[in-house]
Ligand binder design. Structure first.
Ligand code: CA
Length: 255
């Protein structure tokens, strides 16, 4: 039986400043259990039971007029992969393509490495395989929100800071443990991208697309070379990096 076209959006009327989480899951029991667990932790929760409804809520969250959904500002999305109408991966892809950087935690029954890679490739920030414990889910949400909010509340147009490294986006200037270090434009853009998404794993292809642009014709080795140059400028010991970490099988991560 097909699901209802637009299911009712349920918004828990819970006043908090911890954050507003959108739970997108078509299995009622899982969705409700997650919503309850998060509400008990003090989060505001909105639930959606299919991809189209989630998209409507997200459009509304960004203040886009086309949507009939209520306007709630979403801070984090918990996203199932297998969903009616618009699946989780497509939803992720759509959001990132529109430049929406809300953190996304993917839930999936699939746990193979390929699925993980695909999830991270399309721009998810974290991945949890079903079945999972609610405490782990809550802990991951808390970590993702903290990371994102820390960043949001930092005066980001002025400086990006991480353990001794300070990047001044408007002045194209970087200091490393107090010393001014010069970076090429590509290195600077790379570092800025990494620092605006701490802990996020980027694949070489994603980095090529974001920094070199979709029309770039070249090899992903280009990325490795730039990472090496960045490491030489940032790391105390470039052969044993603390900042720009290689995530085997995925790509690179900052922090
Ligand atoms: Ca599902």
């Amino acid at each position: 039986m097909p699901p209802t076209l637009i299911a009712e959006a349920t918004t828990a009327q819970f006043k908090s400043t911890l954050g507003h989480i959108l739970v997108v899951e078509d299995e009622d029991l899982i969705r409700e259990t997650i919503a309850l667990a998060l509400t008990e932790e003090g989060y505001d929760v909105t639930a959606a039971s299919n991809g189209r409804q989630a998209l409507d809520l997200l459009q509304a969250s960004l203040g886009k007029p086309s949507s009939a959904a209520p306007r709630v500002v979403i801070d984090l999305i918990i996203l199932d992969l297998m969903l009616p109408y618009v699946n989780g991966l497509d939803l992720c892809r759509l959001m990132r393509r529109e430049g929406n950087s809300i953190p996304i935690l993917i839930l999936s029954a699939k746990g193979s490495e390929t699925d993980r890679v695909v999830g991270l490739e399309v721009g998810a920030d974290d991945y949890l395989t079903k079945p999972f414990g609610m405490r782990e889910l809550v802990a991951r949400c808390r970590a993702l929100l903290r990371r994102h909010q820390q960043f949001q509340t930092a005066p980001k147009s002025l400086t990006l800071q991480y353990q001794g490294i300070t990047l001044y986006p408007e002045e194209c200037r970087v200091t490393v443990r107090g010393d001014l270090v010069s970076f090429s434009p590509k290195e600077f853009k790379l570092l800025e991208l990494f620092m605006t998404h701490p802990k996020r794993v980027w694949s070489r292809d994603q980095l090529l697309e974001r920094i070199w642009g979709p029309d770039f014709i070249g090899e992903s080795k280009t990325v490795d070379v730039h990472i090496r140059w960045l490491r030489e400028k940032l790391e105390r010991d470039p052969s044993n990096p603390e900042y720009l970490v290689t995530v085997r099988g995925f790509g690179y991560r900052f922090g």
